[in-house]
Write a new protein. Structure first.
Length: 234
């Protein structure tokens, strides 16, 4: 098995879910406890939040590189970044690390392709939506990615940072998200990407009749499968 390195802590809530999904899904599938070794580098999130507020992307990228190097030097065979937003910097990191980084964007895109959808909505942090994190990759496969309007972006971002990253799940915030998803459905969205690893705390499959893509679970399962895969097949 390949050792999994996780850049976590952004936030603690989603990092916990990554660990839980990888270990419990392994046990469900194989019936024993020989799940992969997992190295978790739980960063101090505040510095990253401060840099995001300033749009200081250079400092964000440098911090992530340092944390990736820690995992590489600790013996990780590959890395996953346990947050959507930081995938804005994945190509820079790939260029400076000698071990693979599994992209959450690629993992989710594969699932959308399996479902043969051509138009999906993206909900996430304001940075994720402003840069339409999934748009370019999905466009390569003729999948359009819609993002909410500016007011809805701000509402989503506020709920993520003021509530979900702190483990708070509020019914009124759930209603806000469902209303936004309904708007995106009226614009032709056939599915919705929960493009922040905390949003699945709030929105579940049965909250909408659209296809729901839980990016945390999908990415964690790709990491598990990659860890167990034959090296010659990679």
């Amino acid at each position: 098995m390949k050792k999994i390195g996780i850049i976590g802590g952004a936030s603690a809530e989603s990092t916990i879910d990554y660990y839980k999904y990888i270990t419990t899904e392994y046990i469900k599938k194989y019936g024993d406890y020989a799940y992969p070794q997992i190295l978790i580098n739980s960063i101090s999130f505040q510095k990253y939040v401060d840099f995001m507020k300033k749009n200081d992307f250079y400092s964000l990228s440098e911090l992530l590189l340092n944390e990736g190097l820690r995992l590489q030097n600790a013996g990780a065979d590959f890395i996953i970044i346990a947050t959507n937003t930081f995938h804005l910097f994945i190509e820079e990191l790939r260029g400076q690390l000698s071990i693979p980084i599994l992209s959450i964007i690629d993992s989710v895109k594969k699932e959308i392709q399996k479902d043969n959808l051509k138009k999906v909505a993206l909900l996430g942090t304001k940075l994720t939506m402003d840069f339409n994190l999934y748009g370019e990759k999905c466009k390569e496969n003729n999948i359009d990615v819609l993002v909410p309007d500016e007011a809805d972006k701000k509402s989503i971002d506020k709920i993520i940072f003021n509530e979900l990253t702190k483990g708070l799940v509020k019914s009124e915030s759930k209603k806000v998200f469902i209303n936004i998803i309904d708007k995106m459905k009226s614009m032709g969205a056939q599915g919705v990407i929960l493009g922040c690893t905390e949003i699945p705390m709030l929105i579940k499959n049965n909250d909408t009749d659209l296809n729901v893509y839980d990016t945390t679970f999908i990415h964690a399962m790709d990491a598990l499968n990659y860890s167990l895969s034959d090296p010659s097949s990679n």
